[in-house]
Design a protein around this ligand. Structure first.
Ligand code: NDP
Ligand SMILES: N[C@@H](CC=O)C(=O)O
Length: 409
């Protein structure tokens, strides 16, 4: 039987449910890229009596130790709230040798660097795309696509709840409390909505961004944090009469000797690119020395946008070879097997020449490569230079890295 990638999901609220459902609805696409079925084998919650899972094979538990006892656990997804117990759980997961994907920005803002260092020692990866701006792929953009550019400034509307409240107070003339309750019902607001409306959530995201962009946090004396809770309907209306809108904006800027971080409501005219960012939409604008200005916009909170960030992270844990990932199915569909074959060879097998057609490839991921129905002539193949070896697994062949090969013996 084909083995699977086994996942434990911590938290089964807005984000956890979104991830669970997306793995079901998009299993085929995920499997195409990862080369194996992806299975949620356990779900951790706080109050087990609130929950029911239709699949009785999935362990539902309120005890983290149950999760740590699962053999062959590959990935832990963190969709719970707050610094603790999130930090302890993620640390333990990494120590167990699991990859981690987290949406928990409060935890990651304070412990991200430590977790990334620990993960590097344990040879596992940590994905944290979902910690900033919901569905906008800002972390990957900054980390993978703007490496040579020197980034000088990042600005953003990065709290969906605040933008949703300000938009609806203005457009619908609704009171603050009513729109906040609506944002909570829609799953945008944090378990403790004070984090949203007082600017803490946006600050946590700014701290993650600062670490990614500048390699450090701003000093406390260089941080301004204000929320939107004091803005009245009357002020919003007066501003609107002048053609202005309140927006909750984060600004991170490298000064000569320090990083300045401002998280506060500002009044914008229609000349500003954030003027038209409404509702739960977020926007992040990057100033960099080569490219100039880039602005990304998209849904900043909610079940599926956040699940999207988590699931895409999950793929990145395993994918290191852009040549395959960039020319995905579209190329395969457009140009047939020839291209697929070439891409696979480009990935790492050109010197081995063991794939005759794409149909033979059963699973594909970084370091692990299955070829269907081949006999034992390639049972053990060790490539000295780039450290790969072929070893038979469950009747298929798997391409392993040297370390994995050595472990099997
Ligand atoms: N909502 C959103 O749009 C986004 C949220 N995030 C982040 O994702 C995380 C989850 O958010 P969200 O899904 O909205 O939150 P919810 O409040 O909807 O869900 C939280 C889940 O975590 C579980 N949980 C809480 N504490 C513990 C604990 N100590 N042990 C085990 N389980 C626990 C809860 O269990 P139970 O159900 O039993 O109470 C619940 O299932 C947060 O860190 C949030 O900041 C990130 C991006 C967007
Ligand atoms: N509460 C957050 C959720 C996403 O990070 C928000 O409203 O932006």
């Amino acid at each position: 039987m084909m083995s699977s990638i086994n996942i434990a999901l911590l938290g089964f609220g807005t984000v956890g449910k979104g991830v669970f459902e997306t793995i079901e609805t998009h299993q085929e696409r995920i499997q195409y890229y990862l080369g194996k079925p992806v299975k949620i084998v356990a779900v951790l919650v706080k109050n087990i009596t609130k929950h029911h899972l239709s699949d009785s094979e999935v362990l539902l538990t309120d005890n983290f130790e149950d999760v740590m006892q699962i053999p062959n656990l590959d990935i832990v997804i963190d969709a719970i709230c707050g610094k603790e117990p999130g930090f302890t759980y993620i640390k333990r997961s990494i120590e167990k040798g699991c990859h981690v994907v987290t949406a928990n920005k409060e935890m990651f803002a304070f412990h991200g660097q430590e977790l990334l260092s620990l993960a590097a020692k344990q040879h596992v990866s940590v994905g944290f795309e979902a910690t900033v701006a919901g569905g906008i792929p800002i972390i990957q953009t900054l980390r993978s696509l703007l490496k040579v550019n020197r980034i000088t400034k990042v600005e953003g509307i990065i709290n969906g709840t605040s933008n949703y409240i300000l938009t609806n107070m203005r457009e619908q003339d609704l009171p603050f409390e009513q729109v906040l309750a609506d944002a909570q019902n829609k799953g945008y607001a944090e378990a403790n909505p004070t984090n949203d409306i007082e600017g803490f959530d946006a600050l946590y995201k700014a701290l993650v961004l600062s670490q990614v962009v500048f390699g450090e946090h701003p000093e406390e004396e260089n941080i301004i944090r204000k929320g939107i809770s004091q803005i009245t309907q009357e002020q919003i209306e007066n501003a609107a009469n002048l053609g202005l809108k309140f927006k909750h904006v984060v600004k991170l800027e490298k000064q000569e000797n320090h990083i300045q971080c401002k998280v506060q409501p500002v009044l914008l005219s229609n000349a500003h690119p954030f003027y038209s960012i409404e509702g739960v939409q977020n926007a992040v604008s990057i100033n960099a020395d080569i490219v100039g200005n880039i602005t990304l916009t998209g849904p900043g909170a909610g079940k599926l946008p956040t699940a999207s960030a988590v699931i895409e992270d999950l793929l990145h844990l395993f994918e290191k070879h852009d040549s395959v990932r960039l020319h995905d199915e579209r190329q395969l569909e457009d140009q047939g097997e020839e291209v697929g074959q070439r891409l696979i060879f480009n990935q790492r097998l050109d010197h081995l020449c063991i794939v005759d057609s794409l149909e033979e490839v059963e699973q594909l991921q970084e370091g692990v490569f299955y070829i269907k129905g081949r006999e034992a002539d390639l049972t053990r193949f060790e490539q000295e230079n780039d450290g790969v070896a072929i070893y038979p697994i469950e009747g298929n062949f798997q391409l392993l890295n040297k370390q994995q090969y050595a472990n099997i013996g």
